[in-house]
Design a protein around this ligand. Structure first.
Ligand SMILES: Cc1ncc(COP(=O)(O)O)c(C=O)c1O
Ligand SMILES: N[C@@H](CCCC[NH3+])C(=O)O
Length: 461
């Protein structure tokens, strides 16, 4: 566990932050690992992204809005593709998906992981090659499976005996032989928030390794001979920094691979180790580079294969957050500043839990900076909150902002590319913000802002 996950505050109600939070020497400084690579603070003090001033972006597109640094996103896709050159890198679309991002992922040569009919629809609408799509989900419907078969998706990751039966029947009916991976629950307690850990035994995803269901699922698929069993799949959770979880997962899943070989005489040719690589949300996070991850993961797989006398399977991984998370920041306008005597200062912005649920849902930590100007005022410990009718509507729990922050200022929150727009809601009938891509001095809307008409369009009667 990293220091800030302990969530411990110094004292009871003292106006001091959690133990990990340091008073910055310069409250205007940008901490490089938190920001997309083209973000700078110019001489006037304003942030720029892709060569464009955020004050101009706010004027043109309004706030709140998500701004995506396209150069940064492309560079992250390329970093993963080149670090894992021998593997297939699936971008996990659940982290953020729209047609423009699908096209970037395609142009940069990645594969794509989707986990619902809706995500599949976006991928196909953007013209993504279906053979490079992996289809996930613990409860895919018959119509979703039929659509995947009709489209010819490359891999279906099967997650239950009911799904195997459904997919087998559909494949017979449609005379298809889809490539499938069996999702295995390897029994690893990943070091992350319990809601986003996915490989401990007591949960809904996958076939249990320890209980024998994973072996039985593979045996059934091999016996029936309708589905093309390509390999095993493991995903241990999300926002993971400690690679020992991947090590244990690889070891256990390769033991199963050896067991299948010994019992059935089949060496499955592929292995997918999922996603989950952590990113920096605060000054204290220091994530691994794709190069480091690739070295460690390849080494683990090679040594485990050697031990079990297995051929090294063709690897794939499924990063979502580590690709899109750091490429985006959310820009808000400050509406009110309230000093709650002796406790803390609340800075209310024009969005909140509807555009970023992660703080409320996972007790996630974020960072923030004053974006439209430089300030010489003393740093002040602030809590950035939204405009929703919940006291838990917190965007950034603890951050130092200049003490002269005032209504009309812009505040930027980095690291919001993953699981923010994709998990956004219309709570309190707040229209969801747009996503604007910025590159080489030009901005373009890739997901438009919702309007009140959009909200009313669903209201019948
Ligand atoms: C099966 C699977 N693959 C990939 C991912 C992507 O995870 P992350 O965005 O943490 O890389 C997830 C989400 O946790 C997932 O459930
Ligand atoms: N939504 C989670 C990650 C879950 C990933 C999907 N299995 C988050 O915001 O961290």
């Amino acid at each position: 566990m990293r220091a800030h996950e302990a969530g411990a505050l110094h004292g009871d109600l003292g106006n001091r932050g959690p133990a990990w939070l340091r008073t910055p020497e310069d409250v205007n400084a940008l901490v490089p690992q938190l920001w997309p690579r083209t973000v700078t603070r110019d001489e006037s003090g304003s942030l720029r992204v892709g060569g464009v001033d955020v004050a101009d972006l706010a004027a043109d597109y309004g706030t709140p809005a998500y701004f995506l640094d396209e150069e940064d996103l492309r560079a992250r896709c390329r970093d993963f593709a080149s670090a894992f050159a021998e593997a297939d890198v699936y971008y996990a679309g659940k982290s953020f998906l729209c047609k423009a991002v699908v096209r970037v992922v395609d142009e940069e040569g990645l594969f794509l992981d989707v986990c619902s009919g809706g995500e599949l629809a976006v991928a196909l609408a953007a013209g993504f090659p279906p053979e490079r799509i992996g289809f996930h989900g613990n409860n895919k419907s018959v119509s979703e499976l039929r659509r995947a078969l009709d489209a010819g998706v490359g891999r279906i990751i099967v997650d239950s005996f009911h799904e195997i039966a459904r997919l087998t029947e559909l494949s017979r009916e449609l005379s298809k032989r889809p490539g499938v991976l069996v999702r295995v629950t390897v029994g690893v307690e990943a070091h992350t928030h319990e809601f986003i850990a996915t490989a401990h035994e007591d949960q809904k995803f996958g076939f249990s390794l320890a209980g024998g269901a994973a072996f039985a699922a593979c045996a059934q698929i091999l016996d029936e001979g309708v589905l093309d069993l390509r390999g095993l799949h493991s995903h241990i959770g999300s926002q993971i920094f400690d690679t020992s979880g991947f090590e244990v997962a690889a070891r256990r899943i390769l033991e199963l691979q050896a067991q299948i070989r010994d019992a059935r005489g089949v060496e499955l040719p592929e292995l997918d180790l999922g996603g989950g690589f952590g990113i920096a949300y605060t000054t204290q996070d220091d994530p691994s580079t794709p190069g480091d991850l690739a070295k460690r993961i390849n080494k683990i797989v090679e040594s485990e294969c050697e031990l079990a006398a297995l051929r090294v399977p063709h690897l794939s991984i499924e990063p979502g957050r580590a690709i899109v998370g750091p490429s985006v920041f959310t820009l808000y306008e400050v509406g009110t500043v309230k000093d709650v005597d002796g406790i803390r200062t609340y800075v209310s912005v024009d969005g909140g839990m509807s555009d970023n649920i992660r703080t409320a849902l996972y007790d996630a930590s974020y960072s923030a900076t004053l974006a439209n100007r430089r300030s010489d005022a003393e740093p002040m410990l602030a809590r950035v909150v939204g405009k929703h009718c919940e006291s838990g509507d917190i965007v950034v729990k603890d951050e130092f902002l200049p003490s002269d922050v005032q209504p009309g200022d812009l505040v930027a929150v980095p690291g919001t590319g993953a699981y923010c727009r994709s998990m956004a809601s219309n709570y309190n009938h707040v229209p969801r913000p747009p996503v604007v891509a910025v590159r080489d001095g030009a901005a373009r809307v890739i997901v438009r802002r919702e309007t009140e008409d959009d909200l009313l369009a669903l209201d019948v009667g």
